[in-house]
Ligand binder design. Structure first.
Ligand code: URA
Length: 428
């Protein structure tokens, strides 16, 4: 088989066979196909797309390109949750201990942030000594012992996706729905959980800018997951403003703790209760969705969700009682005019946080866990001129530029605005 024939077939609108897709993934993973040829195929895919069968075949080829975790020695069902990436999105860190506190196992592999979106693993590393690299045996043992473990992607999980994602990032080919679907689902399938809850973000700060595109992506992923025997469902959720109020690693952990104590932001709390209910419902067929929701609410109220969070942080080597490092400066960002908040462009807020040092522009950048942004107003709120829209927490890097981004992110209008819709749709 010649790779150039695969490129030209796709360029001309053809459908790739299973053998061609297998050849592409296995030979590219082994380093036998150069990046310039794969870049060409990626661009052909951008224009010609892939049908459902091609996408499912690609997903499974990528899932099998490296190790597949075998979680069968964990007692009971294992639930996983994945977000397509947002700003201020700390749901996994609330959801993990929340559902584990009511007996649903969470064996989760998470990623790092890149560009304007944050990553769960970076946030956890705001705790000194937090160990994100458990061996497979210790990962399984921890889930059996306390019901929850979160680790970074292991060395040889979906190596094909690692190579392809890095190439897509620099060739303008990230935003191709079948490639996003196969990238996410290959990792979820290789990571071994029985239940996969997908949070597909829609809006300014997300890959999917419209509900229509988000629905297409969500349906594709749900179909792939269910076809290979994993109970998969997807939520379409709003990313036309950041989730919660805090953006930046230790700031987000503070908000996670507040949420587990029962006084977190409404949007974050509700999204966690909703997604969590489905995780518990599918892990335990004897419970109804409503009962699952009430059980989770009780776990927040009786302190067991917070206790589970601390137990999990300790189990992975950190001391949850140790205060986070604080940023040196707290600077207000003032409203330029009075009015009502119509939108907070999440991408601009994410970029502002990255400029302060909370995120990385390139994979080798070092993160400052103490910096970030605290929003003072959300969509639907009113503001007077010169009142703070937000605070930045900084250590002397990028303040002026970050302030400009935050000022530009807030869209302030004269007419009264409703709070944003949180969940648009559930595809189950
Ligand atoms: N997240 C992923 O893991 N892969 C993509 O392609 C996009 C978002």
């Amino acid at each position: 088989m010649r790779f150039v024939d695969i490129i030209t077939k796709k360029r001309d609108g053809g459908t790739l066979s299973e053998a061609e897709i297998q050849f592409f993934i296995s030979e590219y993973t082994k380093g036998n196909i150069p990046d310039y040829q794969v870049s060409s195929l990626l661009m052909a895919l951008f224009f010609q797309g892939m049908d459902a069968v091609e996408t499912a075949t690609l997903t499974m080829a990528m899932a099998h390109s490296g190790d597949m975790l075998d979680l069968s020695s964990i007692k009971g069902k294992k639930a996983d949750k994945h977000s397509t990436g947002g700003v201020g999105d700390k749901t996994s860190l609330v959801l993990g201990p929340l559902v584990a506190a009511v007996g649903t196992n969470v064996a989760k592999m998470s990623g790092r942030g890149l560009g304007h979106t944050g990553g769960t693993i970076d946030k956890l590393e705001a705790y000194d000594n937090f160990n994100v690299e458990l061996s497979e045996a210790n990962f399984i043992k921890q889930v059996n012992d306390i019901g929850l473990a979160i680790i970074g992607q292991t060395g040889n999980l979906t190596p094909a996706d690692k190579k392809l994602y890095a190439l897509r990032d620099v060739t303008g080919t990230v935003n191709i729905i079948p490639l996003i679907a196969s990238s996410i689902m290959s990792k979820k399938i290789a990571a071994g959980s029985d239940i996969i809850c997908l949070d597909v973000k829609v809006g300014d700060g997300a890959f999917m800018k419209t509900q229509e595109d988000a629905r297409t992506l969500a349906k594709m992923m749900v179909d792939i997951g269910n076809t290979v025997g994993r109970k998969t469902l997807a939520f379409l959720t709003n990313m036309d403003e950041p989730l919660g109020y805090k953006i930046g690693n230790s700031l987000e952990l503070e908000e996670v703790i507040a949420t587990l104590k029962g006084h977190g932001p409404k949007d974050l709390t509700e999204i966690c209760l909703q997604i969590g209910s489905y995780m518990v419902f599918y892990a335990d067929n004897a419970i109804s969705l409503d009962d699952a929701y009430q059980k989770l609410l009780a776990a927040i109220e009786n302190g067991s969700a917070l206790a589970k969070f601390y137990e999990f942080i300790s189990a992975q080597g950190a001391d949850p009682s140790k205060p986070f490092k604080q940023a040196k400066h707290k600077i207000p960002v003032l409203a330029r005019k009075s009015g009502n908040i119509q939108k907070i462009k999440a991408e601009e807020i994410g970029i502002a946080a990255m400029i302060l040092g909370a995120g990385r522009e390139t994979i080798t950048d070092i993160i400052d866990h103490s910096v970030g942004i605290e929003l003072c107003r959300k969509v639907g709120d009113t503001i007077e001129k010169d009142q703070p829209l937000a605070y930045i927490y900084s250590n002397g890097k990028g303040e002026v530029q970050a302030i400009t981004y935050i000022e530009d992110a807030y869209v302030i209008v004269a007419t009264k605005q409703e709070p944003s819709t949180l969940i648009f749709e559930i595809i189950d």
